[in-house]
Design a binder for this molecule. Structure first.
Ligand code: BGP
Length: 465
């Protein structure tokens, strides 16, 4: 496998799933602090002790140890998010919280100490709770202004330290998980299609504003959108099924089209027309979208699904999907399809002609800690090595196909709290964290077998695959 010399190998996490310290140093509450069951339940009135994210893996205090381990693996890049409510505790405050800003200074400095480039998600499923409660999150136009103030603060503070920025994690998920993704308190079934697409519009405008500001304030910055990607295959060769696939793709491609082409595509205008959806937008917003398109497209990749008549539900991730009889699935029913990653890279590059960055990929599994025979403990996670190896081989194929791939960050490079289940037992890491679903555990870190495998892959720039 031949990877470019400057290929950005690394790993990814999100603040709410690893930091903990949910009300330290002036942090306000965010929606995750009241979502103890992940996407499986609605918000609680206030943080409850069963919410593992309140402490998570205590990355807030243990980050020097963790970054050191990432450096041992040879990471070139580390993707994390900034918790919005550490910077603006309520989201609509007039002044930022200095202690929150100082934390990320320390974190980015620690990365830079080892030559690790930070890749920052500005908003990763962690809308400040006050913005959710008082404004109904991204359903409200006012969020654009609060987000703008927040990103301006970030860019002023971290220019020179952070070059790569992502505006919204898995932006297309807002259609499916409005609370998790957009801080929208109104339950999904009570939201009209107009409400949902209006929220998308607000995020598009905010994303374009962030891109504009980044380019003005940090000439060397690269800004990307971030999409939950999944190839969709027809259940049969029936032309009807192929059209169903095309239409299903539109609902995800729409988000990339808005960021790369900067205008509403014809297929969405038709959908809006036929479903009585009317988006309020100003000519200034339309111009902003057109003039501030992204530098690269990033995406998460875990599964592929099927579309068409019949079929059985249950093959997808948080977006849902139909089963593919040719694929095996993880314990949580997420279908495993390494070739789908090559296909996705090719399809996205054909469509957008922008550099691509795989910022999430990995296998959630129940790991078992065992003696390593040398007095320590480890996890023999050959299944994870196989998953990642198979996917990276397909990344290599896509690069050979001529697709410019900037880098690859495995999801949950250290075990963290799962977004969908809100539990620890769905683990992705190269590093095991001793914490259990009931909250017990020492929080000690143990490199797994995959830790050494990834170290060799990076050291050989992919030749070891
Ligand atoms: C993506 C999210 C992540 C992450 C990952 C794995 O949707 O961007 O935050 O958690 O999926 O999902 P899970 O934790 O549900 O297995």
């Amino acid at each position: 496998m031949i990877f470019p010399d400057d290929f950005l190998w690394g790993g990814a996490v999100a603040a709410n799933q690893c930091e903990g310290a949910y009300h330290e140093d002036g942090k306000g509450l965010d929606i995750q602090d009241v979502m103890p069951k992940g996407i499986l339940s609605g918000p609680t009135a206030e943080p409850t002790p069963d919410n593992l994210k309140l402490k998570a893996i205590d990355f807030y205090h243990r980050y020097p140890e963790d970054i050191k381990l990432f450096a041992e693996m040879g990471f070139k890049v580390f993707r994390t998010s900034i918790a919005w409510s550490r910077i603006y505790p309520n989201g609509d405050d007039a002044e930022p919280n200095e202690e929150g800003l100082a934390f990320y200074d320390r974190l980015f400095d620690e990365c830079r100490k080892y030559g690790i480039e930070p890749l920052v998600t500005i908003s990763h499923y962690e809308t400040p709770l006050h913005l959710a409660k008082a404004y109904n999150g991204w359903a409200n136009h006012a969020l654009i202004g609060f987000y703008e103030r927040y990103v301006r603060t970030l860019f002023e503070r971290y220019r020179g330290k952070v070059k790569y920025w992502l505006t919204f994690n898995e932006i297309n998920s807002v259609l499916h998980q409005p609370l998790l993704s957009g801080g929208i308190m109104t339950p999904r079934e009570k939201l009209s299609l107009t409400d949902l697409y209006q929220a998308c519009h607000h995020e598009f405008v905010a994303s374009a504003l962030a891109t504009k500001l980044a380019h003005e304030m940090m000439p060397e910055a690269k800004v990307g959108c971030m999409i939950l990607a999944m190839p969709i295959y027809p259940l049969t060769p029936a032309p009807d099924d192929m059209i169903a696939v095309m239409q299903a793709n539109h609902f995800n491609d729409f988000f990339g089209d808005m960021h790369v082409r900067g205008r509403y595509p014809g297929y969405m205008k038709r959908y809006f027309r036929e479903n009585g959806i009317e988006i309020r937008m100003t000519p200034e917003e339309e111009l902003l979208l057109r003039e501030n398109t992204v530098d690269f497209v990033s995406f998460s990749y875990y599964v592929s699904i099927c579309e068409g008549r019949g079929g059985e539900n249950g093959g997808g991730n948080i977006l849902g999907g139909k089963k593919n009889p040719y694929l095996k699935a993880s314990e949580w029913g997420w279908q495993i399809d390494p070739q789908g990653l090559r296909y996705t890279l090719n399809r996205f590059y054909d469509r957008w002609q922008k550099p691509l960055f795989i910022v999430e990929n990995g296998l959630g599994a129940r790991d078992v800690l065992v003696d390593d025979g040398k007095g320590g403990r480890t996890v023999e996670d050959d299944y994870r090595i196989a998953y990642l190896n198979d996917h990276l081989v397909q990344v290599g194929e896509a690069i050979a196909d001529g697709v410019p791939v900037m880098g690859y960050t495995t999801w949950g490079c250290i075990d963290l709290v799962s977004a969908s289940t809100a539990q620890m037992s769905k683990r992705y890491g190269f590093i095991y964290v001793d914490r259990n679903d009931d909250g017990t555990g020492t929080l000690a870190r143990y490199p797994k077998k995959s830790f050494y495998w990834y170290r060799d892959v990076i050291a050989s720039n992919g030749a070891a695959l």
